[in-house]
Ligand binder design. Structure first.
Ligand SMILES: Cc1ncc(COP(=O)(O)O)c(C=O)c1O
Length: 468
C-alpha cells in the first residue's frame, strides 16, 4: 500500500462516529467523551495518530529541519557523547531541587548558556513544559502577561496556571497594538510605572502557522518607551529558529544581537536539533524564581543523562559550525520555492480568484533571512482538498483550520528542510499548480465534478470501507 492510502485509511477510521454505536450499558463517562469527539468526527477533523512514513515521501512536515535525525548524524553524536558519560546512572532520581541536580546537567547547561550568550541555562523535559514553567513561576500576583495573539498552545496553558492578574493579547506582530496594550496597563495601575508590578511579554521568534519573524527590535523599543523603568520584559519562544536562524543557529535574539534585552529565551531541542527537551535561557534571578515558584519544573524528576547527552550532542554540532551548510541550504531552497511559485503560470489567476496566497512570497528577495515555515493560505474549506492532492502526489503537508488558525482562515503548512531538493520543489510547484487549475475549473463550472479528484478518492475509501 502506498503511503497516502495508509494515511487516508487511518484518518478515515478515526472519523467513524462512535457514540451511536455504543451500548446503553456502557459507562456514561466514556459515552460522553465519545459524543464530544463525534462533533469533530462529523467534520472529518478528529486528530488521529498518523502512521509513520518512510523517506520516500516528500517531507514537508517533520521538524527535522537540519536533517540531523534522518541522516543519523545526531544519533552518532549522541552515542559518542553517551560513551563519554561512562558509568552513568540512568535516572536523575529526583527533581532539580533535590537529588536530581547532578554535575553533568550543570556542565551542559553552562555550555549551552555560553553558546547562546546567556547568563544561565535550565534544561527541562520539553519546550512545552519550559513555557509553562516560566509562565507559572515568573509572573507574580498582580502582574500582567501580554502575549501575541498567535502564541503557541504552551503559552496558553502556561497562562492558565499563572497567577498573573491580567492576561492580554496584542495583535500579531504589531508594535502599535503592543504599545496600546502596555499603555492601557500603565493607565490602569500606577504600580506598573512604580515598579511594584511587572509585565511579561510573550512572543515567538518565528510563528508556527504564519511562518513570519517577530519584529523583535521594534517591540523591545516599544516596551522601553512605555516602561523606561524596565517593568516590562520579554519571553521569546525560539522553537522554530533554534538551529536554523542566527549565528550557528543560535536563534533570532542572537541574530539581532538582543541577548541583553530579552529576559527569557526558550529554545526547543525537539526540532532542528534532532533531540528532545527545552532550554530556558535567563539570568540568575529568573533561574532562582524558577526553582522557587515553578511546580512544573521542580515537582518532576530532572532530565536523565541520556536526554542531556542528546541535547549536548545537538549543541556540539551547532556550535562547531557543522550545521552551517544545512542552515544555508534551507535559505536557498525556500528562495527557490518562492521564485518558482511566483513564476508558475497559474499563480496570478489563483491569487486573483482568492483561492491561494503565500504572504511570505511577497518581497522575499528583499528579506535577508527567510523562514522555513511557509503557509500556503487557501480559501476556507480548501485546506483538506490541497492536503489530499499533495498526499496523492506522495508529499506530506498538513492542513490547518480553525481553531489552530483564526476563524475563517485555512492553510496548508509547508516546512522546508536541509534534505529538500530543488527537484522536490519543482514537484511541489507542479502539484500545487495542478490542484489550483482543477479547483479553478470547478469554480468556473467547466468541470463535471464539484468535488476535487483527490478528495473524491478519499471519500470513496470511506464509502467502500476502503480500510477493510
Ligand atoms: C512554537 C512552539 N513552542 C513550543 C513547542 C513545544 O516544544 P517541544 O516539542 O519541545 O515540547 C512547539 C512544538 O511544537 C512549538 O512549535
Amino acid at each position: 500500500m502506498v503511503y497516502y492510502e495508509s494515511l487516508f485509511k487511518e484518518m478515515l477510521q478515526g472519523q467513524e462516529l462512535r457514540r451511536p454505536a455504543m451500548k446503553k450499558s456502557e459507562p456514561a463517562f466514556f459515552q460522553r467523551l465519545e459524543q464530544a469527539m463525534d462533533v469533530h468526527r462529523e467534520k472529518i477533523r478528529l486528530n488521529v495518530l498518523k502512521p509513520r512514513w518512510d523517506d520516500s515521501v516528500l517531507d514537508l512536515t517533520t521538524s527535522d529541519f537540519l536533517s540531523l535525525s534522518r541522516t543519523g548524524r545526531i544519533r552518532e553524536a549522541f552515542l559518542a557523547e553517551l560513551a563519554r558519560c561512562g558509568d552513568f546512572r540512568l535516572s536523575a532520581s529526583g527533581s532539580r531541587v533535590q537529588y536530581g541536580n547532578y554535575e553533568y546537567i550543570l556542565e551542559v547547561e553552562r555550555e549551552i548558556a555560553a553558546f547562546h550568550g546567556a547568563e544561565t541555562a535550565w534544561i527541562c523535559h520539553s519546550g512545552f513544559y519550559a513555557n509553562i514553567g516560566v509562565l507559572e513561576a515568573i509572573a507574580l500576583p498582580g502582574d500582567a502577561i501580554v502575549f501575541d495573539e498567535f502564541s503557541h498552545a504552551s503559552t496558553g496553558v502556561g497562562m492558565k496556571v499563572s497567577v498573573a492578574a491580567h492576561k492580554i493579547p496584542f495583535q500579531h506582530n504589531s508594535a502599535d497594538s503592543l504599545r496600546d496594550v502596555l499603555t492601557s496597563l500603565k493607565d490602569l495601575d500606577p504600580g506598573f510605572t512604580k515598579g511594584e508590578k511587572s509585565i511579561l511579554i510573550c512572543v515567538e521568534s518565528l510563528y508556527s502557522m504564519e511562518g513570519d519573524l517577530c519584529p523583535l527590535k521594534e517591540l523591545v523599543s516599544v516596551a522601553k518607551e512605555v516602561f523606561p523603568n524596565g517593568s516590562a520584559q520579554f519571553i521569546i519562544d525560539e522553537a522554530h529558529s533554534n538551529g536554523v536562524i542566527g549565528p550557528n543557529g543560535g536563534g533570532l535574539v542572537q541574530l539581532l544581537g538582543l541577548e541583553k534585552e530579552i529576559a527569557i529565551r526558550v529554545h526547543m531541542c525537539s526540532k532542528a536539533l534532532g533531540s528532545t527537551g527545552g532550554v530556558i535561557l535567563c539570568n540568575q534571578t529568573v533561574r532562582s524564581a524558577l526553582a522557587q515558584y515553578s511546580r512544573c519544573l521542580t515537582y518532576s524528576g530532572a532530565p536523565s543523562v541520556p536526554m542531556v547527552a542528546s541535547i549536548r550532542a545537538g549543541y556540539q554540532l551547532l556550535s562547531s559550525g557543522q550545521t552551517q551548510k544545512e542552515q544555508n541550504h534551507i535559505q536557498e531552497i525556500v528562495k527557490y520555492f518562492f521564485g518558482s511559485l511566483l513564476d508558475h503560470p497559474i499563480w496570478q489567476e489563483a491569487m486573483d480568484e482568492g483561492l491561494i496566497s503565500v504572504p511570505l512570497a511577497e518581497d522575499y528577495e528583499q528579506r535577508s533571512v527567510l523562514s522555513h515555515v511557509v503557509p500556503i493560505k487557501v480559501k476556507p474549506g480548501h485546506d483538506f482538498f490541497l492536503f489530499t492532492h499533495l498526499a496523492k502526489a506522495n508529499m506530506n503537508a498538513y492542513p490547518m483550520a480553525y481553531p489552530v488558525v483564526p476563524k475563517g482562515t485555512a492553510l496548508v503548512r509547508m516546512l522546508f528542510h536541509a534534505h529538500n531538493t530543488k527537484e522536490e520543489v519543482d514537484k511541489i510547484i507542479t502539484a500545487v499548480g495542478e490542484w489550483a487549475d482543477e479547483i479553478l475549473s470547478i469554480e468556473r463550472g467547466e468541470s463535471k465534478n464539484v468535488i476535487p479528484s483527490s478528495m473524491r478518492e478519499f471519500l470513496a475509501m470511506q464509502g467502500t470501507n476502503g480500510w477493510e
